[in-house]
Design a protein. Structure first.
Length: 142
């Protein structure tokens, strides 16, 4: 099985948990921006892939193409290089935080747990149309 879907908008990463004092106890919580982005990922998965779900014991391969906005303040020469892939983003969010937010958002929706992902690739590019393109498929044996 293979699914592919697109999350429109600038790529975002998984933010670190925040902590707050509750009397004698500390409580951890996920920042609202991360919760909102995970909800957007889930909504796009459902909209584009329906109720498709991988088996609980499937080994999975996840590929993410992250397309960042081309800054308007950049020279036309650099903008062209960015569009053609000659210049690629070396800015935040980091590739691992992009993968984490997507993988966590799809837990119990596309698969049982993101521990099933045994192979992954995250690539960062510039585009006039910022987005994430996510492909998940059953992993090959080698």
């Amino acid at each position: 099985m293979k699914v592919k879907f697109i999350v429109f908008g600038s790529p975002q990463g998984k933010a670190r948990p925040r902590f707050v004092n509750r009397g004698k106890f500390m409580k951890a919580y996920t920042p609202d921006a991360t919760v909102d982005y995970e909800n957007q990922i889930r909504a796009e998965f459902y909209r584009q892939c329906g109720k498709r779900r991988f088996g609980d014991n499937d080994m999975l391969d996840m590929r993410i193409m992250a397309y960042y906005s081309i800054p308007a303040s950049t020279s036309k020469k650099k903008q062209k290089a960015m569009e053609e892939g000659e210049m690629r983003p070396t800015k935040k969010p980091d590739f691992d935080n992009i993968g984490k937010v997507v993988a966590d958002a799809l837990n119990s929706i596309a698969y049982r747990d993101d521990a099933q992902v045994v192979d992954s690739q995250i690539r960062k590019f510039y585009s006039r149309n910022p987005r994430l393109e996510v492909t998940i498929q059953t992993a090959s044996k080698r």
